[in-house]
Design a protein around this ligand. Structure first.
Ligand code: HEC
Length: 156
């Protein structure tokens, strides 16, 4: 191969690999893509969800479940939902995420433990992660559900 052909080959190779490297996706497309990805996660989590697993869980006592719920809450939920569950966690504030106040008297899951568990596992295509899909165990879903209902909502 002579030098010209090698040079031409390199130019072609570079343009094939590097094309579009500094083009950015327009913001709207990015937002749409993100939403579609989240909707896909929600669908996968809904498919996986099995409410019957909760019947097989055993806790030593209520305290053990609340204690675990508190740990899960502070590591996984608090950044959005806030330590007190009112929806003013640091990430909610910084990224302007609308997070519902779970302590409100008319909260939509006020008397619904099964729906709360399912929502935590499955997530939502807004900003609530599909926590079951990314590995939050059923026992942690249960513990955080009771932490919300038994402690946060009673103001303890
Ligand atoms: C990245 C932020 C974020 C994290 C982390 C997060 N959530 Fe959420 N969560 C949200 C948002 C936003 C909503 C509202 C979803 C909607 O639009 O309906 C929500 C809704 C909920 C709801 C439904 C109640 C309602 O009023 O809509 C429950 C229950 C819930 N989250 C529990 C949890 C638990 C438990 C954890 C941790 C194990 C957690 N969330 C972690 C952002 C988050």
């Amino acid at each position: 191969m002579n030098k010209t052909i090698v040079g031409l080959f390199l130019v072609l190779l570079l343009s094939a690999c590097g094309g579009g490297a500094d083009e950015e996706m327009p913001a709207v497309d990015q937002e749409e893509a993100l939403r579609a990805a989240r909707a896909d996660s929600v669908a996968q989590a809904a498919e996986m969800y099995d409410a019957a697993v909760f019947d097989t869980l055993t806790w030593e006592n209520d305290n053990a479940r609340w204690e675990r719920g508190g740990v899960v809450w502070s590591f996984t939920c608090q950044r959005c939902h806030g330590a007190d569950g009112t929806g003013q966690g640091p990430d909610a504030v910084t990224f302007n995420i609308e997070v519902p106040d779970m302590t409100a008297a008319d909260w939509r899951y006020a008397d619904d433990i099964p729906a709360t568990r399912e929502f935590i596992f499955v997530g939502h295509d807004s900003e609530m992660p599909s926590l079951g899909l990314i590995g939050l165990p059923y026992s942690d879903v249960d513990a955080s559900t009771h932490y919300i209902h038994d402690l946060l909502r009673s103001g303890e």
